[in-house]
Design a protein around this ligand. Structure first.
Ligand SMILES: [Fe+2]
Ligand SMILES: [Fe+2]
Length: 316
């Protein structure tokens, strides 16, 4: 189902006061290119961590040396590049599908949505370029889940309201990653931090635009569709979780290759236990517990906030 983004309707539901005009103005002020962030003398510094510890969670793994913990942090940084590239593979066509019905219009809505799509296409290129840079210098291979096209197809087959909720989760999650644990972090590799900062700058508008898209889609939906949206979101979350758990297994293999270490069964179990929760928090818990995400879910169906609060500990 594709729904035209309509003007805000008068309802008793109090949606946030975001506007396409404000998002467009903010988006137009930001104008960075991939080449500004990576390439030439702008290289990744492998003597520094790529992800903040709140996302990487390598420090509890005391049977790893500091150098080995740093390598695991960087493997997780590589995953971050890949995972964001992967999710943006389904965000881009979804946004274009939402923009298509209003292409004949000539207002801020279409311009804002086309900027949104264009920025996500740029982000896909950004994450890909950083990943190439990583793999050129890391010294060993890192396996990843996929292919992205198959995952995108499976997600896009779900109800648009559920997909839009997943996208909203991702947009707010990106905001949270940067503001909570990257902005003031002086120990991260400057190039990786620059990627996270530039991504955050544009995602701020996406979070608002996605809220507006959810409002428009929900207004065209039946009560039943609205009440089932969170179930659809959780179903997609379950699919993503299964992929992420597979990624943790790949990461342990990547760590073995990069360090030349063999781990005991107890050590592997500990690696899996700590990293599964780290990955769950990074991509699932930090989004579903974002107050703005919960507020939007609650607008679709009363009780959603409580349901999300009850589920979050599994992903924390
Ligand atoms: Fe993005
Ligand atoms: Fe985005």
């Amino acid at each position: 189902m594709t729904t035209a983004i309509s003007e805000v309707k008068n309802t008793n539901i109090h949606w946030p006061s975001y506007t396409f005009e404000a998002a467009l103005t903010a988006s137009n002020k930001i104008n960075w290119q991939v080449e500004d962030l990576i390439g030439g003398d702008k290289r990744l510094d492998f003597s520094k961590p790529f992800l903040p510890e709140s996302l990487a969670r390598v420090e509890p793994l005391d049977f790893l040396s500091p150098g080995e913990r740093l390598i695991l942090n960087q493997i997780r940084g590589h995953d971050y590049l890949y995972t964001f590239g992967l999710v943006e593979e389904f965000i881009l066509p979804f946004v274009l599908d939402q923009a298509r019905p209003i292409l004949r219009g000539n207002d801020a809505r279409i311009q804002a949505l086309l900027n949104f799509a264009g920025e996500e296409a740029k982000h896909i290129a950004l994450f890909k370029r950083f990943r190439e840079e990583f793999l050129q210098s890391f010294g060993s291979s890192c396996d990843v889940i996929g292919p992205p096209e198959a995952i995108a197809e499976a997600i896009l087959s779900k109800h648009p309201l559920a997909v839009a909720l997943v996208i909203l989760h991702i947009e707010w999650m990106t905001q949270r990653h940067y503001l909570d644990s990257v902005a003031d972090n002086q120990s991260l590799d400057p190039q990786f931090k620059s990627l996270l900062r530039h991504h955050w700058m544009e995602e701020a508008q996406h979070a608002k635009l996605d809220t507006l898209m959810i409002q428009a889609i929900s207004e065209a939906c039946s009560d039943r569709e609205r009440s089932e949206a969170l179930d659809g979101y959780l179903e997609i979350g379950g699919m993503l979780d299964a992929g992420l758990m597979q990624q943790v297994q790949f990461d342990i293999e990547s760590l073995k290759r990069a360090t030349g270490r063999a781990f005991t069964t107890v050590e592997v179990d500990r690696l899996i236990e700590v990293q599964q929760q780290a990955v769950r928090w990074t991509y699932l818990g930090s989004g579903m517990s974002h107050e703005n995400f919960r507020a939007t879910a609650e607008l679709l169906k009363s009780g959603s906030r409580l349901r999300l609060e009850e589920i979050t500990p599994v992903f924390s």
